[in-house]
Design a protein around this ligand. Structure first.
Ligand SMILES: Nc1ccn([C@@H]2O[C@H](COP(=O)(O)OP(=O)(O)OP(=O)(O)O)[C@@H](O)[C@H]2O)c(=O)n1
Length: 504
């Protein structure tokens, strides 16, 4: 299936090396420390405007960070009102950052870089847009932002004197990737469920939602003016990317990635009263039964959807991500949610292309079917998790497909409190993989993608036209920085960023 690859480019070289790597894109959504949330009622009109422009924290743009150790993601962080993503990573990991690879959604500022370099990280990759200390403001207001230029210079100096490799992170997409992602996203269970339950509705709502996301992500991740982009690249030491064809390739690769993220994110759409709901509350523990805010759940599911594209199964990609909620919130100002692990379905680590069968259940000979060999997304997320699952904390797994009979006992046994998943396969019995146990599981709350059961008798609430849905999507802008009302959120390219509006 499709694999994304990273092309590293650095100042001193032309595009040089392809590195396969499974970074996913996340974003901080909210600040549980009680600080103002852009778009919230406590935000003054002036502050709101400031925040909407991405300027919270005096010229510091919000940024996200993925921390990787030995090819495993060990942290997903995002800047808060008080702290930059790099500072948060330092608080969370300290000297464990040694030898890690860090993936930033913006070139980090000198405040973060000096600490990170000092911690002994191995490599720092960054998205080649506007850096953390914004130079876009500088371009429009050259006299007032000398600080931004000074910071860019300091960053270069830190870079050239450090052992860590600091380079541009880009993923040139393999041929037909965008088309493949478009097709699979429209066919995704959640979209299918909406179109089936709303006979009058075609996929217009999906197209409208995707357009909104594209617009939104473009404004976050791209620099619309080519001239300004060139100026910024020059200031951050990437002058050799300012010549064509390198410059136009760079911009095209950036646009393609934005398109991919918008497409995937539209497959978990904001549409009417569809969302993650528990139709059979267990009544065990109020917190465990409580659903995350819809926008957060949607965001995490999108992360799982992105992971699914890393699959080794030719037919069905599945992604899973585990998050947990710390008992003590805001201990370091970064919020309460923390990343536990993630995975996708693949053959055992180290196996080669033809080591195992790839056939599905349509193949009559059961011996040559894939099912006894392939490791499921949930199984990989549990196996390669970087944190323990604590019995007294609310932990949750987001899976793009209904957990099967192999995985349901594992999820429950691991002590995960909540499952967010699709349920179109629930109850299916196949010879080698069945989905019977999901409906019967007890002691774990299940939130499946469906119409809000409380609204099912009020058709007008979910019978939205594509136009109305577009308006809802547009309101996402107001929730630019809101996402994890329960804490530290995932972050990675702000691409997934502000796309998730609350529609309560
Ligand atoms: N919660 C789940 C469910 C399934 N899988 C993975 O999904 C694939 C099986 O998907 P399934 O749709 O059940 O079987 P297919 O043969 O791919 O498709 P079909 O429905 O046509 O039989 C396997 O790779 C399995 O590891 C997974 O990782 N996690």
């Amino acid at each position: 299936m499709v694999r994304a690859e990273h092309l590293e480019i650095n100042k001193d070289s032309k595009p040089q090396k392809l590195v396969r790597y499974n970074v996913i894109c996340l974003k901080r959504v909210e600040d549980s420390a009680g600080n103002h949330i852009p778009g919230s009622k406590t935000c003054s009109a002036q502050t709101q405007k400031y925040c909407e422009e991405g300027n919270c924290n005096a010229g510091v743009k919000k940024s996200g960070l993925v921390v990787v150790k030995n090819m495993k993601i060990i942290g997903l962080h995002c800047s808060s009102t008080d702290l930059h993503a790099g500072q948060i990573a330092l608080i969370k990991h300290g000297s464990r950052l040694k030898n890690c690879d860090l993936y930033f959604s913006r070139k980090p500022c000198s405040t973060c870089l000096k600490m990170i370099v000092n911690a002994g990280v191995n490599r720092i990759s960054y998205w080649p847009g506007d850096p953390e200390i914004s130079l876009q403001n500088e371009a429009s207001n050259p006299t007032s932002t000398d600080d931004a230029k000074l910071d860019a210079k300091a960053v270069e100096r830190l870079k050239s004197n450090s052992r860590a490799r600091v380079c541009v992170l880009l993923q040139p997409l393999v041929c037909y990737m965008v088309q493949f992602i478009e097709e699979t996203s429209t066919r995704f269970d959640f979209i299918q469920k909406i179109t089936k339950s709303q006979p009058d509705c075609n996929t217009d709502f999906y197209t409208a939602c995707r357009q909104e996301r594209i617009k939104e992500y473009e404004s976050l991740f791209l620099i619309s003016s080519e001239e300004m982009h060139k100026q910024i690249l020059m200031t951050i030491g990437l002058e050799n990317l300012c010549e064509n064809p390198y410059f136009s390739n760079l911009r095209q690769n950036m646009k393609d990635l934005v398109l991919v993220l918008a497409t995937v994110s539209a497959s978990v759409p904001v549409f009417g009263s569809f969302g993650f709901y528990n139709s059979e509350s267990q009544g065990t523990n109020a917190t465990d039964d409580e659903c995350l805010p819809q926008d957060i759940a949607r965001h995490c599911m999108i992360q799982a959807r992105l992971l699914a594209y890393r699959t080794e199964d030719h037919k069905t990609g599945v992604g899973a991500i585990i998050w947990a909620e710390e008992k003590s919130r805001s201990c370091d100002g970064t919020g309460a949610m923390y990343f536990v692990g993630c995975g996708y379905n693949a053959f055992p680590v180290g196996s080669e292309y033809a080591d195992f069968p790839h056939m599905d259940d349509k193949q009559k000979d059961r011996e040559i079917r894939k099912f006894r060999y392939i490791i499921h997304a949930e199984q990989n997320a549990l196996t390669f998790r970087c944190r323990e699952i604590k019995p007294d904390e609310r932990s949750m797994i987001f899976v793009t497909k209904c957990p099967c009979d192999e995985c349901v006992p594992l999820i429950k046994g691991a002590g995960i409190k909540q499952i967010y998943a699709g349920d179109v396969d629930a109850g299916k019995k196949k010879a080698d993989i069945s989905y019977m146990k999901f409906n019967e599981i007890e002691g774990v709350s299940k939130f499946t993608w469906q119409l809000n059961p409380l609204h099912t008798n009020a058709p007008e609430l979910h019978d939205l036209t594509a136009r109305e849905n577009r308006l809802i999507c547009a309101s996402a802008n107001l929730f630019n920085d809101y996402m994890c009302s329960k804490g530290d959120v995932t972050m990675a390219v702000k691409l997934l960023a502000s796309a998730f509006a609350s529609v309560e």
